[in-house]
Design a protein around this ligand. Sequence first.
Ligand code: SF4
Ligand code: SF4
Length: 192
Amino acid sequence: MAVPGKGLIDGLKVTAKTLSRRSVTEQYPDVQPELPPRSRGVIALMEENCTSCMLCARECPSWCIYIDSHTETAPSVGEQARERSRNVLDRFAIDFSLCMYCGICIEACPFDALFWSPEFEYAETDLRNLTHEKDRLRDWMWTVPAPQPIDPGPSVIEPIDPGPRSARPGDAGPGDAGPGDAARVDEPRSDG
Ligand code: SF4
Ligand code: SF4
């Protein structure tokens, strides 16, 4: 049977407990949150590195990368040389209303043209405005943190003791029985 006033007493207990705790409210946007440097905020494009190879667009599971390019031909540099051609990027856009921040495009890019930026203040009131073009993506490159220092690794590399030669696997001669041979000999034949 429910005790009258029990709910009120329970509520007051919670209030009293919470009163003694420190507030954890973050006063955003007056105070910026302290994010880890490798936060996945937005994808930045180093346009100069992009060769329009389309690998990122093909690998993107959400199909939210749009790339347009054309080929330009440069004159040959010598009599025997052929003309050179190169791709010129016309459009590179990411629809962040579809992006799921998996990072596959960044992993797939073979030319280091895509990076994570911790920038996260790009909310829009209309979903259609979340498709950002290459100029905006290039601007976000300024917010990409510097790469972490390379792990120096161990200062002394200890040689591995391979053990006595006869104990190493694969050393048995052609006539020697292997570890599974005894079991194979003892198995009863199924064909009677
Ligand atoms: S993070 Fe994932 S979903 Fe977003 S653009 Fe890259 S591959 Fe596509
Ligand atoms: S960003 Fe990288 S993977 Fe995508 S088109 Fe440019 S070079 Fe290719």
